[in-house]
Design a binder for this molecule. Structure first.
Ligand code: NAD
Ligand code: FES
Length: 276
């Protein structure tokens, strides 16, 4: 069992859990994830390790309550426990000194972006972070990211915080030189957002990395559930990723595979078409 030491609400349905997992905390590198089960009946949920403290033997996980299993995880109070925390899994982020790096986080994807951004800053890069969300309550980690970034731009779809619009509007200003022009871009968020970022940077030949979130089951390259097409080749996000060159990703294929399981998920959480 893995004890939950703290459970904070970051945004509606979004919680940050501090979990005692000393072996994971000691071995973990930025970009890696764990697979969590609340109990023996729970689904296996892949979660990015948002942060780790090897000295304290703890990791931090940011979890969005979507279906019954994630709802059970976020409902675990301080003092409660998770049945399984398996990892660290996946390849660590490829770190190098690019210079100016744009880190683009869409909604909950900002939680996955955070450890990458922190590691890129520690490697000596100058970070320009773009956080996009539908409205103010969904903007997360802005203060934490500001601690090691040169600039944090917040943009919301309804204009309730920061500029009004989508993350791509700020990135467009960076690419045109109105704002500092990036030497590399890291983007994490909904698939259409990552696809849009890839198309923006492609004509500029700016190295662009994305973190993919296909369905995962075993997390060890055995089941094939997380397969994605990268540069025309089949890769497994759990062992070959989750980070990939955005310009090589088949985003259409990824979106279609994610949609395949939506009706079953909706059944489990009691949503018909009209319920969405
Ligand atoms: P959301 O739909 O509220 O979008 C957040 C922001 O992303 C928007 O405000 C906008 O700025 C940007 N965005 C979204 N679609 C865009 C588009 N087509 N073009 C340009 N910008 C766009 O996000 P949410 O509800 O917080 O996140 C849910 C989605 O994120 C789910 O689909 C989930 O699977 C995905 N997600 C992905 C990862 C990952 O590792 N890639 C991690 C967590 C969540
Ligand atoms: Fe099974 Fe990746 S989750 S192969």
């Amino acid at each position: 069992m893995f004890e939950v030491l703290e459970n904070q609400t970051l945004a509606p349905s979004l919680h940050r859990l501090t979990v005692r997992a000393p072996l994971v905390a000691a071995a973990r590198q930025p970009g890696q994830f764990v697979i969590v089960r609340k109990d023996e009946q729970g689904e296996r949920i892949p979660l990015t390790i948002a942060d780790a403290d090897a000295g304290a033997g703890t990791i931090r996980l940011i979890v969005q309550a979507i279906g019954p299993s994630t709802q059970d995880i976020v409902a675990t109070p301080a003092g409660g426990a998770l049945r399984d925390v398996v990892g660290p899994l996946g390849k660590p982020t490829h770190l190098q000194k690019w210079g100016k790096v744009a880190c683009v986080g869409g909604g909950v994807g900002t939680a996955v972006l955070y450890p990458l951004a922190k590691a890129l800053a520690q490697r000596g890069n100058e970070l320009y972070v773009i956080i996009g969300a539908r409205s103010a309550p969904y903007v997360i980690l802005a203060d934490e990211l500001a601690e090691f970034s040169k600039q944090v731009y917040v943009i919301t779809e309804d204009g309730s915080l920061g500029r009004k619009g989508l993350v791509t509007a700020v990135l467009a200003d960076m690419l045109s030189g109105t704002l500092p022009r990036p030497d590399a871009v890291f983007a994490v968020g909904p698939v259409p957002m990552m696809a849009a970022v890839a198309e923006q940077t492609r004509p500029h030949n700016i190295p662009t990395m994305v973190s993919l979130n296909p369905i995962m089951i075993d997390g060890t390259g055995m089941c094939g559930g997380c397969r994605v097409k990268i540069g025309g080749q089949t890769k497994f996000a759990c062992v070959d990723g989750p980070e990939f060159d955005a310009h090589q990703v088949d985003f259409k294929g990824l979106a279609n595979r994610l949609k395949m399981y939506q009706p079953r998920q909706d059944c489990r959480i009691g949503l018909g078409k009209e319920g969405r």
